[in-house]
Design a protein around this ligand. Sequence first.
Ligand code: NAD
Length: 278
Amino acid sequence: MSGGWLEGYAALITGGGSGIGRAVAERFLAEGAAVTVLGRDADQLDDVVRSAADPSRVHTVTADVRDSDRLHAAVAETVERFGKLDTLVTNAGVWDYQRQLTRLGAEELDTAFDEIFSINVKGYLLAAQAAWPDLVKSRGSIVMTLSNASFYVNGGGPLYTASKHACLGLMRELAYELAPKVRVNGVACGGMNTDLRGPETLALGGRSIGASFAKRTADTPPPPIPLHDSSTDPRDFTGPYVLLAAREQSGPITGHAISVDGGIGVRGFARAAGGDEL
Ligand SMILES: NC(=O)c1ccc[n+]([C@@H]2O[C@H](COP(=O)([O-])OP(=O)(O)OC[C@H]3O[C@@H](n4cnc5c(N)ncnc54)[C@H](O)[C@@H]3O)[C@@H](O)[C@H]2O)c1
């Protein structure tokens, strides 16, 4: 394709084999970029290559985001294959299935904290540490997948909410530390129908958020968000990633999170949306 917003860009996306990471990878490809997709599941990653219109613009790295050496290798392979790195999308994460503090035993809390924070927070930080020198060279940027749980309660339990608030702080701190050469922004996604898993330490590694979406019926009341029927298809969340990655479109933006959550921030006290009768 020619004329895309990311023509000639090279991106590295963690957790790029499924969900929003894969949707961002496919959107970046459609916008003209080359992408390295990194994830734990080699089959998922192979499928991204298989389904690409131009597989020569896709590189895969099987790795765990808690492994700093593999993240450094992923950056090096991206530069070797595509000549540079313009955009790091930190995205791989797990959810806590809204397990509240009162439903966590002491040992569960201890081990699940370590697992969730090491993937959701340390995984972002290690990726940024591996990528920043090449992002300085390209005057590139980092786009972090954040969450409604980066701002509001009850989008997770205390572990997930704290981890996503931590990512917001990380985004802001790195925006300060890496300016003026590297921009750092976030996309705070609302509920999406993906394969989002829970922590192994809570025996929730096999559960997928997609199953929860599948249980929704016509009788289920809409979630209490102003845009009741806003999409849960991850492809509909990818536009802000393109905008924030494209220096020609968002050059003066850093340290900012775009919320893509159906308007949770303008939810009223009595009713979610004030304009239902319009
Ligand atoms: N689905 C939602 O409702 C929702 C809402 C807001 C934010 N998010 C965030 O979106 C991001 C992506 O999640 P998703 O919903 O697309 O789920 P997903 O499970 O489809 O995608 C996450 C990807 O990360 C990979 N991954 C998980 N742990 C990893 C690790 N340790 N090392 C390497 N790869 C690992 C998974 O294999 C998967 O491919 C997460 O950060 C999540 O917190 C999701």
